[in-house]
Design a protein around this ligand. Structure first.
Ligand code: PLP
Length: 413
């Protein structure tokens, strides 16, 4: 096993030979910041320098000069235009199927409602116990509203959902299955293609939550043959706090799937302001109200960077980061009562890893006090999220050194 000094040297070599190393300098990282290691770019990505400029320019040149004309001069098309770009750069989705709008929670509701209504006579929604809380709650709400039942698959919080489990849960009553591609706790990467096929073979529709994969793990919605998907843009896509979500509506559902919030922006002719709702064609039918244009600006910068880096290179760095983090965990933490609650297999490992120990709630508070920022996930998990474009290997070393010190591992100085 490498010594502390050797592990630090290794971080430096990994940083120097990192083909994406230049991207870190494009983020706003204040020189006098009290943060010495940021391990939560999977919950809220850092701002890019270009985002600050872009927002300033937009306010002065577009909002300030165009005023209301901005809507007809282009803003109106942003949800679909940016959606198309997101589809191409990160989602493996052909144009006309992705939309930027609402929040993940709201889009999940709209798409899941459209899905269950498209499967009349089937009264079950399949979901797993370790899916993200909003997914579980929204589906509980839909089940209550539509008189459906939820069928829960028990997933191991250190692992994730498998095609075998799905095969055992779906049947002639299943209307919809909803899973996360990357589990928010363990980081387990589900075999989305196999699960999609399994559920569809039973006649069910499939909705993927991509919040913890988009921008870190390649997604291939069209080739998985997914029906619907949603995800956040403020995580690995650096869209900023509360930035709008995205939704995917596979082309084969256009013209049939009906979402429940019939607003004027999803109308065939919004400016006619006429009587009676008639949905517009295509993915725009998922829109309801006025699109959050300002909220989409940082995402444009996130997409610029992701496109330039390429999602495959981002994934390769992501795996190098978690490989290195696991090496430190093995060297420093496992002998001290810390357990790994994430897959080691690179094929099943997403962009973050979770570590567990009884006292991690308190240890997490102490990490935050000293500028190491992971997040805590009840009951006893510390989640180490390593956003590939903004995180350096030296930063991983710094942050995990402090964790090692706090758990009473041998002095790491
Ligand atoms: C972060 C996250 C969300 C968040 O939804 P919001 O509506 O943005 O609050 C939803 N689902 C998953 C899987 C997430 O990781």
């Amino acid at each position: 096993m490498l010594s502390h000094a050797d592990l630090l040297e290794k971080a430096h070599v990994l940083d120097e030979t990192d083909p994406l190393r230049g991207f870190r300098d494009r983020f706003l990282i204040p020189e006098d910041s009290d943060v010495v290691a940021y391990f939560d770019g999977n919950s809220l990505g850092r701002p890019a320098l270009a985002t600050a400029e872009r927002m300033d320019r937009f306010i002065r040149e577009q909002w300030g000069r165009q005023l209301i004309r901005g809507w007809t001069d282009g803003w109106f098309d942003w949800p679909e235009e940016i959606g198309n770009r997101l589809g191409r750069v990160a989602l493996g989705a052909a144009p006309g199927q992705v939309l930027v709008a609402d929040s993940t929670t709201v889009l999940l509701y709209k798409l899941a409602r459209a899905a269950v209504d498209a499967r009349p006579g089937r009264d079950e929604i399949v979901i797993d116990t370790d899916n993200f809380p909003t997914d579980r709650y929204v589906l509980e709400g839909i089940a209550a509203e539509r008189g459906l039942n939820l069928r829960w698959i028990d997933t191991d919080p250190a692992e994730g959902i498998t095609a075998e489990q799905v095969a055992g849960a779906v049947g002639p009553n299943t209307a919809l299955v909803v899973f996360s591609h990357v589990a928010y706790r363990s980081g387990y990467v589900a075999d989305a293609e196999a699960i999609t096929r399994t559920a569809q073979d039973a006649g069910a529709l499939v909705l993927w939550d991509l919040s913890h994969s988009v921008g870190a793990v390649p997604v291939h919605l069209d080739s998985w043959n997914a029906d619907f998907a949603v995800g956040c843009t403020y995580k690995y896509l650096n869209g900023g706090p509360g930035s709008p979500a995205f939704g995917y509506l596979n082309r084969r559902h256009h013209g049939h799937a009906r979402q429940p919030i019939w607003g004027w922006i999803g109308h065939r002719d919004p400016l006619a302001m006429g009587p009676g709702y008639q949905p517009v064609d295509g993915v725009r039918s998922m829109l309801s109200g006025t699109p959050p244009i300002l909220g989409m600006l940082p995402l444009l910068t996130g997409l610029d960077m992701l496109e330039e880096a390429g999602i495959e290179a981002v994934r390769a760095k992501s795996l190098r980061l978690t490989d290195y983090a696991l090496e430190l965990v093995d060297a420093w933490l496992l002998d001290h009562g810390v357990a790994l609650a994430s897959p080691r297999d690179p094929e099943r490992r997403g962009g973050h890893i979770t570590l567990r120990r009884e006292d991690f709630r308190e240890i997490n508070d102490r990490l935050w006090q000293r500028g190491v920022i992971p997040d805590f996930r009840a009951p006893d998990g510390i989640r180490i999220g390593l956003a590939p474009l903004g995180t350096s290997f030296a930063e991983v070393h710094r942050g995990l050194s402090l964790l090692a010190e706090l758990v009473g591992a041998r002095s790491t100085r």
